[in-house]
Design a protein around this ligand. Structure first.
Ligand SMILES: Nc1ncnc2c1ncn2[C@@H]1O[C@H](COP(=O)(O)OP(=O)(O)OP(=O)(O)O)[C@@H](O)[C@H]1O
Ligand SMILES: [Mg+2]
Length: 159
């Protein structure tokens, strides 16, 4: 599924719609250049997961992981500063990919072999000052179904 958005708030709304469909243990992997809109999308995800005030969500700067309490715990992971995949393994990052929380990962392409087989993968690309192209890929049956629902709700113009 590919969506073109015309504003940050539109990107956030798509994230929110996805977030409301997620369950504990789900992983959303985001890939895209600096300023593509990964953090904006994650703000929406957090809102959909039920995090109280997602406007304060910002990229973790010194830690790789920010944890937010909500309907289920929400882990915002930003691997921008990660140099080697092995470091992530040493940090026990995989522990966040299963169990009680939902994980959203910026720069997920830095840890190709640690990502779960079943997840949502989002490629965000800059296409203009206020426009972005979002490619959303569901890996595994449950996530394919979520992408189908997002597509359907977008066609009908409802959340
Ligand atoms: N359609 C759009 N979707 C998302 N963001 C947009 C859009 N149009 C403009 N923007 C702006 O682009 C910027 C995206 O920043 P954001 O921090 O989300 O990027 P990022 O991919 O997380 O970057 P980084 O790799 O530095 O963490 C924001 O300032 C946002 O307002
Ligand atoms: Mg970011």
């Amino acid at each position: 599924m590919v969506i073109q958005t015309k504003s940050a708030s539109e990107t956030i709304r798509i994230g929110e719609s996805m977030g409301s469909r997620l369950l504990p243990g789900d992983v959303v992997a985001l890939v895209g250049e600096l300023g593509a809109g990964k953090t904006q999308f994650i703000k929406g995800l957090a809102a959909g997961v039920g995090i109280g005030n997602p406007t304060y969500i910002s990229s973790p700067s010194f830690t790789l992981i920010n944890e937010y309490p909500g309907r289920v715990p929400f882990y915002h992971i930003d691997l921008f500063r990660l140099e080697r995949e092995k470091e992530a393994q040493e940090l026990g990052l995989e522990d966040y990919f299963q169990g009680e929380g939902i994980a959203a990962i910026e720069w997920a392409d830095k840890i190709p072999s640690l990502l779960p087989k079943e997840m949502l993968l989002i490629h965000i690309a800059y296409t203009g000052k206020n426009t972005r192209s979002l490619e959303i890929i569901g890996k595994g049956n449950r996530f394919l179904k979520i992408v189908g629902e997002l597509e359907g709700s977008r066609i009908q113009g409802v959340k």
